[in-house]
Design a binder for this molecule. Sequence first.
Ligand SMILES: Nc1ncnc2c1ncn2[C@@H]1O[C@H](COP(=O)(O)OP(=O)(O)O)[C@@H](O)[C@H]1O
Ligand SMILES: [Mg+2]
Length: 217
Amino acid sequence: MIEGHFIVMEGIDGSGTTTHCALLGDRLTAKGLPVHTTREPSDGPVGVLIRQILTGRVVVPGHRGTHAPSWAMMATLFAADRLDHLEAEIVPNLTDGVSILCDRYDYSSVAYQTVSSGGGAEAARWVRELNRRARRPDLTLVLDVDPEVAAGRRGSRSGSPEIYETDVMQVELAAFYSTIDELFPDDRIRHIDANRDIEGVAEAIWTEVAALRGESP
Ligand SMILES: Nc1ncnc2c1ncn2[C@@H]1O[C@H](COP(=O)(O)OP(=O)(O)O)[C@@H](O)[C@H]1O
Ligand SMILES: [Mg+2]
C-alpha cells in the first residue's frame, strides 16, 4: 500500500486556510484520489478543550472575569492535541493510502505561541522541541496575505472573534509566517500569495500539489 500525502495549510486568521483545504479536497476527490480533510485544534478531546479556551468559554469558577491562559500552557495543550490527532486520525489514514489535508499544524503553534510570548527566539525553540515527535508533512502551503486584507475577510465571518484575532497580533503573525521557513529548514514549505481572488489562490496551490505528486498541473 502506497501511503497518502500529508499536506498542511497555514496562514494568519482570514488567510483562507479553511477555504482552500475544502477546495483542494474537492479537487483531489474529483480526480478519484482518496483524501481526508482535518484541522487543528483537532476534533479529539484535547482539541475540543482548546477550542473552548480560544472562544473564552472556559471560566475559572469563583474568579472575577476571565483570564487569558499563558502562551506556555497553550503550547503544551496544542502539542498534546497534535500527538493525539496524529495517533487517532492522521497516521491511520496515511497508512491506508488516504491523503491528509490539515488546516494548521505545528507551524501555527510556533507562530502563535511565540508571538503571544513576546516574540523571543527561546520560545520558538521550546515550542519546536515540544513538537519534536510530530511527523513532518510532505508539503506545507503558507498562505501569505496582507493583515488588512485578512481582517476584511474575517469581518464577513460569523461568530465572535477568538483570543488571537486582534489586529496587532495578526500583523506580527504575518511577519512571522513570512520567514517561518528558517525555523523548519528540512520541510517542503511553499509560500502562496493569498491576496488574490479564491480561484487564483486555488490555482497556485494546485500547481504545488501537482509538483508534489510528480505531475504537470
Ligand atoms: N482569496 C480570497 N479572496 C476573497 N475572499 C476569500 C479568499 N479566501 C478566503 N476568502 C473568504 O474569507 C473568509 C475567511 O476565509 P477562511 O478560509 O475561513 O480563512 P481562515 O480559515 O484562514 O481563517 C471566508 O468568508 C472566505 O470565503
Ligand atoms: Mg479557518
